[in-house]
Design a protein around this ligand. Structure first.
Ligand SMILES: Nc1ncnc2c1ncn2[C@@H]1O[C@H](COP(=O)(O)OP(=O)(O)OP(=O)(O)O)[C@@H](O)[C@H]1O
Length: 690
C-alpha cells in the first residue's frame, strides 16, 4: 500500500482522536454512538485490507479501493457532524494534555513501525489498525466510573431512575469494552499470521539475494533458525505487544484523566510511585533485550548442530559419534537454559517490585482518601469510583511494565532478522546484457581471488588465459591448487578480487543473471539433486522442456538406461540431496540436467569422477570429443584423471593458485621437469603398479 494512503488513514485516526477526546467531557450517548461508528469503520477497514491484500492486479485494487475510500469519507463526515453537534467547547488543561498525548501516540506508532515498513512488510496497516483500535480501549476507561456510581447508588439508596441509568450505562460500557476487546484480539490474530508470512517470505528473499560468500560464513542451521523461530517470535510478540502496549497507554492516560476529574490531590498521591515502576521496567527491559539476543543466538547454534548432524548422519554413524553430537546439542540448550533462568528471576523480581509499589500506593491513597472524605473535599461515591480507578491503574502499570519487557525480548529476537533484512549483498546482480547469440569465448585477465571465508589466503593469483569458442579445455593440478576456483568464478559464485573475466569480450558482471545461467551450465564436484523425481531434476528451472528433450539429455549423459531400469522410471524420487541414487548415477543425472539447457559454455568440475572408465569414456565422447557437439559449446573440465584431459584442445596447469603451464598434452609433455609431465608420470606409474 502506498504511504500516502496510509497517512490518510493516520490523519483520519488523529482527527477522530481529537474530536472524540474533546467530547469526553460531554454527554455519554455520543460516546456510544462514536464507538458504534468506529466499529463500523474498523469492520470496513478490516475487510477492505483482506480484499486488498488478496488482489495483486492493480486494476482490481483500484476498483476495490474506490468504493471503500468513499465509505470511509462518508463515515468520517457523519462522525464529525455528530461530534460537532454535541461538542462541549469547555477546554481545560487536562483535556488539552490528553489530546496532545493521544495525537502523539499514533505518530509514535507510525515512526516505530516505519522501520519495518521500509522492508516493504506493509506493517503500517497494523499501525493504523492500532490507531482505531486504541480507541476501543476507551470504552473500558468508563467502566470504573459507572461501577463506582452503580455501587454508590445501591449503598446510598439513590432514586430508582438514577440506579437504572447507572445500570444501563454500566451494561453498555462493559459490553462495548468487551465486544471491542474481543474484536481487537480477532483482528490481531489474523494480522499476526499474515505478518508472519510476510516477514518469513521477506527474510527468505533476503537470503536468496545474498552472494555465495554469505553462505560460506553463515551456517544453514543458523539461517533456518532465524527464518522459522525468530520471525515467529518477532511477528507474534512484537505485533501483540504493540497492540497491548498502545491499549495500555490509552487506558493509563484515560484512567489518569478520570482520576484527576474525581480528585486532583488523590491522583497525585496515587501516581507518585508510577515513575519508579516505569524506570524499573525500563532497566529490566534493557536486560531482557540483551538476554533474549543471547538466547536466540544459542538457539540458532543448537539448530545449526542439529542441522549439520542430520545432513551428515552417514559420517556420524560411520564414526559411531551419535552420543557426542547429542551431547553437543544438549550442552548448547543447557547454556540457553541457564540464561533463561536469569531471565525468569528478573521477571519474578520485577513482578514483586511492581506489586509492592502498588501496595504502597494503595496505602497512601486510602489513608489520604479517608482524610479527604472526613474533611468533605471528596464525596463517598467519588472515593469509591476513585478506588476502582486506582486498582485499574495498578493493573495497567503492571501490564505496561510486563509488556515493555517482553517487547524488549522480542526486539532482541528481531535484531538479527533486521540485520539480515537490511543486509545489502556484496555482489551486485544488476547486469543487463542479453545478446541474441553467445559465442562462448572466455578470457581471464590477471584474475585474483581471496575467498571471503579465508581472507588471509590468496586462492588464485594473477591468472590470465584465453579460450576460443567451441574449444574443450582442462584445468589440472594438485588438489587444492585452484581448479574449482576458476570454475566458481565463471559461475559468478564469487567475483574476482582483482582482474577481469570476459565472455565474448564483455565483462561477466555485465550479463543479465538469468541469461548468463541459461547459457552457462555447470556440473559440480558434489552432484547435488533435489528431493524430487528424476524428471523434475533434469528439467529443473526450465519451463518448456518436454519429455523428448529430457530423454535425449539423459541419453547423452548415458543415464537413460539405468533410469528406465528403475521401477518408477523418470518419476523415481531421488531422495534428499539425491541420496537414493549411487554416486555415478547422481553424476549422470546432473550431467543430463546441465546439457538439456544446451549451454554455450559447459563447466565440468570432476563431473565424471565417480564413473567407471567405460561410462566415463561414453560420456566424454558424447559431450566433448564429438566434433559436431564440440562446435556448439565451449567445455571446461577440472579433472585429475589423465584419461579425461589427454584429448583436450588446451590444458592449463594450476599450482598454488598460479597458472604455471599451458598448452596441448603433447606440448606440455615436452617441458622438461614440468609439473604436468610429473603428474602424468606419477599417474602412469600408479596404473603400471596396479
Ligand atoms: N569457499 C571457500 N572458502 C574458503 N576457501 C576456499 C573455498 N573453496 C576453496 N577454498 C580454498 O581455495 C583453495 C583452492 O581450492 P579449489 O577448490 O579451487 O582447489 P582444487 O584445485 O579444485 O582442488 P581439488 O582438486 O581437491 O578439488 C584451497 O586452498 C581451498 O582450501
Amino acid at each position: 500500500m502506498e504511504i500516502s494512503r496510509e497517512i490518510y488513514f493516520i490523519l483520519c485516526g488523529i482527527a477522530f482522536t481529537i474530536f472524540f477526546d474533546l467530547y469526553i467531557s460531554s454527554s455519554s450517548y455520543v460516546l456510544i454512538l462514536c464507538a458504534c461508528i468506529r466499529i463500523l469503520s474498523i469492520c470496513i477497514a478490516f475487510f477492505y485490507r483482506i480484499i486488498y491484500d488478496n488482489y495483486d492486479n492493480n486494476d482490481t485494487k483500484k476498483t476495490f479501493w474506490n468504493p471503500f475510500k468513499n465509505i470511509f469519507v462518508v463515515i468520517a463526515a457523519i462522525q464529525q457532524a455528530f461530534v460537532l453537534y454535541y461538542i462541549n467547547f469547555s477546554l481545560n488543561i487536562w483535556i488539552i494534555l490528553y489530546i496532545i498525548v493521544q495525537v502523539s501516540m499514533p505518530l509514535f506508532a507510525y515512526l516505530w513501525i516505519r522501520r519495518i515498513e521500509r522492508q516493504n512488510l506493509s506493517f503500517l496497516q497494523y499501525a493504523w489498525f492500532e490507531i482505531f483500535d486504541s480507541k476501543t480501549n476507551q470504552a473500558e476507561v468508563f467502566v470504573p466510573l459507572y461501577t463506582g456510581r452503580l455501587l454508590s447508588s445501591v449503598a446510598f439508596k439513590e432514586a430508582w431512575e438514577q440506579f437504572r441509568y447507572n445500570l444501563i450505562m454500566f451494561v453498555v460500557v462493559n459490553f462495548a469494552g468487551g465486544f471491542l476487546g474481543g474484536f481487537r484480539q480477532g483482528v490481531f490474530a489474523v494480522c499476526i499470521s499474515r505478518l508472519s508470512i510476510r516477514i518469513r517470505t521477506q527474510l527468505f528473499g533476503a537470503y536468496l539475494r545474498q552472494e555465495i560468500g554469505f553462505f560460506d560464513t553463515n551456517e544453514s542451521g543458523k539461517l533456518l533458525s532465524r527464518l522459522n523461530h525468530d520471525t515467529q517470535v518477532m511477528s507474534s510478540t512484537v505485533a501483540n505487544n504493540i497492540s497491548q502496549c498502545i491499549g495500555a497507554l490509552v487506558r493509563f492516560i484515560g484512567t489518569v484523566v478520570m482520576m484527576i476529574k474525581l480528585s486532583f490531590h488523590l491522583t497525585i498521591a496515587c501516581i507518585i510511585g508510577a515513575p519508579l515502576i516505569l524506570v524499573v521496567a525500563k532497566i529490566c527491559g534493557n536486560m531482557h533485550r540483551r538476554i533474549s539476543e543471547k538466547v536466540q543466538d544459542l538457539s540458532a547454534e543448537a539448530s545449526e548442530i542439529a542441522d549439520e548432524t542430520i545432513q551428515t548422519i552417514r559420517t556420524v554413524r560411520s564414526f559411531g559419534n551419535e552420543a557426542e553430537e547429542l551431547k553437543r546439542f544438549e550442552n548448547t540448550l543447557q547454556q540457553s537454559y541457564k540464561i533463561s533462568l536469569i531471565q525468569a528471576t528478573l521477571t519474578a523480581a520485577q513482578r514483586w517490585f511492581v506489586d509492592l509499589a502498588q501496595l504502597c500506593m494503595s496505602i497512601i491513597m486510602l489513608s489520604y482518601g479517608a482524610k479527604l472524605v472526613r474533611d468533605n473535599y471528596v464525596t463517598g461515591p467519588d472515593l469509591l469510583a476513585f478506588i476502582i480507578y486506582q486498582l485499574t491503574l495498578g493493573g495497567i502499570l503492571s501490564d505496561i511494565s510486563q509488556i515493555y519487557t517482553s517487547l524488549m525480548s522480542a526486539a532482541g529476537a528481531s535484531q538479527s532478522v533486521f540485520d539480515y533484512l537490511d543486509r545489502e549483498p556484496i555482489q551486485k546482480v544488476n547486469g543487463k546484457l542479453q545478446p541474441d547469440k553467445l559465442q562462448g569465448d572466455i578470457e581471464f585477465n590477471n584474475v585474483s581471488l581471496v575467498y571471503p571465508a579465508r581472507s588471509d589466503e590468496i586462492a588464485l593469483q594473477n591468472v590470465s588465459f584465453k579460450i576460443k569458442a567451441g574449444q574443450t579445455c582442462a584445468f589440472v593440478g594438485p588438489s587444492g591448487s585452484g581448479k574449482s576456483t576458476c570454475i566458481n568464478l565463471l559461475e559468478r559464485f564469487y567475483d574476482p578480487t582483482e582482474g577481469k573475466i570476459l565472455i565474448d569480450g564483455r565483462e561477466i558482471q555485465e550479463y543479465d543473471h538469468k541469461y548468463l545461467h541459461e547459457k552457462l551450465a555447470m556440473v559440480g564436484q558434489e552432484p547435488i539433486l533435489f528431493n524430487r523425481s528424476i524428471k523434475e531434476n533434469i528439467n529443473y528451472a526450465l519451463k518448456n522442456a518436454n519429455e523428448k528433450d529430457i530423454i535425449q539429455a539423459a541419453q547423452e549423459a548415458n543415464a537413460h538406461e539405468f533410469i528406465t531400469e528403475l521401477t518408477n522410471d523418470y518419476d523415481t524420487k531421488c531422495g534428499q540431496r539425491g541420496g537414493h541414487l549411487s554416486g555415478g548415477q547422481k553424476q549422470r543425472v546432473c550431467i543430463a540436467r546441465a546439457i538439456i539447457r544446451k549451454p554455450r559454455i559447459l563447466l565440468l568440475d570432476e563431473a565424471t569422477s565417480a564413473l567407471d572408465p567405460v561410462n566415463e569414456r561414453l560420456i566424454q565422447d558424447a559431450l566433448f570429443y564429438n566434433n559436431e557437439k564440440q562446435e556448439q559449446r565451449t567445455v571446461l573440465i577440472s579433472a585429475h584423471r589423465l584419461s579425461t584431459i589427454e584429448r583436450c584442445d588446451r590444458i592449463f596447469v594450476i599450482h598454488k593458485g598460479h597458472l604455471i603451464e599451458q598448452g596441448t598434452h603433447d606440448e606440455l609433455m615436452t617441458i622438461e621437469n614440468g609439473i604436468y609431465q610429473e603428474l602424468v608420470r606419477r599417474q602412469r606409474m600408479n596404473i603400471d603398479d596396479n
